[in-house]
Design a protein around this ligand. Structure first.
Ligand code: MG
Length: 378
């Protein structure tokens, strides 16, 4: 089989009144890039890259297409190295690796379709057949009474059956966040797990002080308390609190994760298959995580293409550590406003009693809605 075409679809959707904030910026539009790879046997593969869409689409065309056209999609590891090696000077994480992630995901989609197997089987098989979804939401909304809106949103997730919800801290003062956190905890009760995500809002001292005060609200994990460049700070925070520290969504490749893992800078690793280098790199990161006995819970923030890819990763990640009754790992299910999410594929994911089924059809198990992709390309 030979690759005959590579096409990127940079997508955008302004959010208008649905705009929301996390600690680093207001999100007034959603962007993502879908990549479609075609072959001489009529099998197409689809992938997605997290990040700024137009630079990624340009990198697909200028950095990836010349290397992969004419190649066999089953040579996905060699293709990965052949794109990365000559570009090492230019990008060891960020836009190029995000671009390579989309290309790699599309190649695995082709490999699955060509063999008639879902990607999780190619990754070694499933440890579980459904995903225990937690709701990522509770961003800062553009409303008069944010506290009331956030509490209402959290209660809505509980009503929908989500076993856990994540609140985005760091857009306001720690005092205001603690007040909102207390209100959310009181409203959802003790049986729903509650995570917080700072998106790198603090230095170690402030994060440690905040973590101590959050312990009373039974916070399940504290995500990205400090910027990813501050490894020492993350270690300090981790060693100061009983709350698990999570991180890794900004990190990429086995080389990037080597630092986080070998220095035990977090408790929970969160590689994103659309950021870290695709399935090819995710497998290596998971192997390292299991070697160091560290939990791995994928980060997910894209369309249904990204969600499908992450579900296959999730299914194939071992329980770390394993035991006869391991706790069910959570699966990140982004509920923040994103009209691109459902539109990108013909298939939709349903959450039933807090679970999403792992796709069982060949490849990713989702098909791109080409009319939608063309309409949203900018
Ligand atoms: Mg996060």
């Amino acid at each position: 089989m030979k690759i005959t075409g590579v096409k990127a679809y940079p997508l955008v959707q302004p959010l208008g009144e649905m705009s929301f904030a996390f600690s680093q910026s207001w999100v007034s539009a959603r962007q993502t890039t879908i990549v479609v790879i075609s072959t001489d046997e009529g099998i197409d593969g689809v992938g997605e890259a997290f990040g700024p869409a137009r630079p990624i689409a340009a990198a697909v065309e200028s950095c990836c297409a010349p290397v992969i056209l004419g190649q066999d999609p089953f040579s996905s590891s060699a293709i990965w190295d052949n794109i990365y090696r000559p570009m090492r000077h230019n990008s060891q994480k960020g836009i190029l690796i995000e671009t390579m992630s989309a290309v790699d995901i599309a190649l695995w989609d082709i490999k699955g379709k060509a063999t008639g197997l879902p990607v999780y089987k190619l990754l070694g098989g499933a440890y579980r057949d459904k995903a225990h979804a937690y709701a990522t939401g509770l961003y800062r909304p553009k409303v008069e009474n944010a506290k009331e809106a956030l509490v209402e949103e959290a209660v809505g997730y509980k009503r929908e059956g989500f076993p856990a919800v994540k609140y985005k801290i760091g857009t306001v003062s720690p005092e205001e966040d603690l007040d909102i956190l207390k209100a959310i905890r009181q409203a959802i009760g003790d049986d729903v797990k509650l995570m917080v995500d700072a998106n790198c809002a603090y230095d170690a001292t402030e994060a440690i002080r905040l973590a101590k005060q959050m312990e009373q609200y039974d916070v399940y994990w504290f995500e990205e308390p400090v910027p990813p460049e501050d490894i020492e700070g993350s270690i300090e925070v981790k060693n100061s609190t009983s709350i698990r520290i999570a991180g890794g969504e900004c990190e990429a490749t086995r080389y990037g994760f080597r630092e986080l893992i070998s220095r035990r800078a977090v408790d929970i690793l969160q590689p994103d298959v659309c950021i870290c280098g695709g399935f090819t790199e995710m497998q290596k990161i998971v192997a390292m995580a299991s070697t160091w006995n560290m939990q791995c819970i994928p980060h997910v923030w894209g369309t249904n293409v990204a969600i499908a890819a992450a579900l296959h990763c999730y299914a194939a990640i071992p329980d770390i550590p394993g035991k006869i009754n391991p706790p069910e790992p959570f699966f990140e299910y982004d509920r923040s406003p994103n009209p691109l999410r459902e539109g990108a594929t013909h298939e939709k994911f349903a959450v039933v009693d807090g679970y999403i089924d792992i796709p069982r059809k060949p490849g990713l198990g989702v098909t791109a809605n080409m009319d939608f992709l063309k309409a949203k390309t900018f």
